[in-house]
Every structure is written in structure tokens, then in C-alpha cells.
Design a protein around this ligand. Structure first.
Ligand SMILES: [Zn+2]
Length: 286
């Protein structure tokens, strides 16, 4: 999957470096968020491949483990969804069930020669991977696995794929290392509405914060606020791509993307839009 290296150099570098470490130094629980769930799934598979490779450790390696994972038929790399890897006699069709959670827990008690990777996600009726939310991955199920997530057996990694961190049960978010996975799908890249308002925001002076505030607030009068926030994130993602070499700027933009994420969460909590935009504008000035 060469496009992963190209689209996600930051993430790929981070994980391959961790995996090359003799202790396979990556988190046990990894949460990906963003609108392109398929890209998150591909990333998780690629990381699973790197963790299990017994060949030459190149992206093109054709050892048995790498081949299995490319065909998504590796015995230790499992998709966990409401339709995948369910126990027999489990007739729940809409959720990752508690029985399923118990089965996973028991399966993990048996030791494995492989590095086990469990990818938690959802599927639509056509079998496309979708994001977890509090409907398809409910609190009792998560609770049944909480201990396992906290102290997993050795050589085990859990991935959680979701559109938005706020869709996930907070007990999972707090135990996972979270990574924003930008989307490169055309429809997810539009920032035409916010382009003018956001242009040059990185070089604004502190005393111009009110201008930014008014600009964003005006946008939310003519457009749905959630669309405005999504487009601001799209705009920042574009900025991020052109500033990957500048560490300081990169960290600043990642911080800003998270600030917009916070604004989206506040919007969902029905907070006053003026307050949300004000908070956001100040955070972007930090
Ligand atoms: Zn290999």
C-alpha cells in the first residue's frame, strides 16, 4: 500500500520507528479518528503487517505473514465488528455484543506466536468499514473488555476506528493513544467556504483575534456550523500537508485541528455558537 507512505508519512514514520524498537514500542490501544474509515483500516492492517513480518521488513515483503495480511486472512489479525468474528449462537446483528467481548477475552488467554491485532470497527450493509459509535459499540461491551485493554497479553494491539473521538465511549478514548487520520477523499477536502476567512490565520497577531472570531461567526450565520468546522479542519489538513517538514508549525496545526474538534463537540452539546466560536478563536491564537 504505497499510498499510505505518501499520504500519512507522519503516522507511518511514527509506527515503523516504534515497531523497529526491540520492545515493539507502540501503544496497546490505538484510536484513529477522521472521516476516511477505510484509510484508517488500511493503516491498521499495514501496522499489523509490520508487527508480524518475518521476512525482509520492506513494504513489498512477501513472507507468509505479509501475504496473509494483504489478503486479510491472517489468523491473528482480526476485524471485530457487529458482523465479523461473532461467537456461534450470537444473534445480535446491530452491535459488537457482550458475548463477543467475552469470546475475545477468552481467546486472548491462549498464547500466540503471532502479534495479535484486533481492529474494532463497524460495517455497513454492503460490507464497507465504518466508524464505531456509542450505538454499535456500547458501554457494557467496552466495560467487559476494559481490563483486557488496560493490561493486554503480550504481543497484542487493539485498534479503534471512528469518525470522531466524541463518538467513542470516553473510557476507551482515555485509555487509547489517539491519532487524527486526515482524509484524502475529494469530497472531504473542500474548504471553499472558509478559505478566505482562514487565509493567513497562522500569522495573525494576538490583537486580531476578534477579527478571526467575527469572520468565523459570520460564516456560521450563512452555513451550518458543523460544515464550517469541518471545512476549517480540511483547510488545516491542507496546511499540514505543506508544512510536514516544519516541526513547530506541524505541532501547532495538529493542536488547532484538535481545537476545532473541541468546537464540534461543544456544538453537539448545544452550547451557544457565540461562545464556541469565541473559545475556538482564542485557542487558535495560542
Ligand atoms: Zn514480511
Amino acid at each position: 500500500m504505497p499510498s499510505l507512505d505518501k499520504n500519512y508519512p507522519f503516522l507511518m514514520k511514527y509506527f515503523s520507528k516504534g515497531i523497529q524498537n526491540p520492545d515493539k514500542n507502540i501503544a496497546h490501544c490505538i484510536l484513529f479518528y477522521g472521516t476516511d474509515i477505510q484509510a484508517q483500516y488500511n493503516l491498521a492492517l499495514e501496522i499489523a503487517r509490520m508487527l508480524n513480518c518475518t521476512g525482509d521488513h520492506t513494504p513489498e515483503c512477501s513472507c507468509l505473514n505479509c501475504r496473509w495480511i494483504r489478503e486479510n486472512s491472517h489468523p491473528a489479525v482480526m476485524t471485530i465488528s457487529k458482523v465479523d468474528n461473532k461467537p456461534a449462537n450470537d444473534d445480535s446483528k446491530q452491535v459488537i455484543s457482550i458475548d463477543q467481548a467475552r469470546m475475545i477475552k477468552n481467546d486472548l488467554l491462549v498464547s500466540s506466536d503471532y502479534h495479535r491485532v484486533l481492529i474494532f470497527c463497524d460495517k455497513d450493509k454492503d460490507g464497507n468499514v465504518c466508524g464505531l459509535n456509542e450505538t454499535n459499540f456500547q458501554e457494557p461491551t467496552a466495560n467487559a473488555l476494559l481490563k483486557t485493554f488496560e493490561e493486554p497479553p503480550s504481543k497484542t494491539t487493539f485498534f479503534f476506528l471512528t469518525n470522531d473521538k466524541t463518538d467513542m465511549i470516553s473510557t476507551i478514548v482515555s485509555r487509547a493513544q489517539c491519532f487524527f487520520v486526515p482524509s484524502f477523499k475529494e469530497e472531504d477536502r473542500d474548504f471553499s467556504i472558509v478559505k478566505e476567512t482562514m487565509a493567513g490565520y497562522l500569522s495573525l497577531e494576538r490583537n486580531q483575534v476578534l477579527d478571526l472570531n467575527d469572520g468565523i461567526l459570520n460564516l456560521t450565520k450563512d452555513n451550518e456550523a458543523s460544515i464550517v468546522f469541518n471545512q476549517i479542519q480540511n483547510y488545516m489538513t491542507e496546511l499540514l500537508k505543506s508544512n510536514l517538514e516544519n516541526r513547530g508549525l506541524k505541532m501547532k496545526i495538529l493542536h488547532d485541528i484538535n481545537s476545532v474538534e473541541k468546537a464540534k463537540r461543544e456544538l453537539r452539546l448545544n452550547m451557544n455558537i457565540q461562545t464556541i466560536v469565541e473559545n475556538l478563536s482564542f485557542e487558535l491564537m495560542l
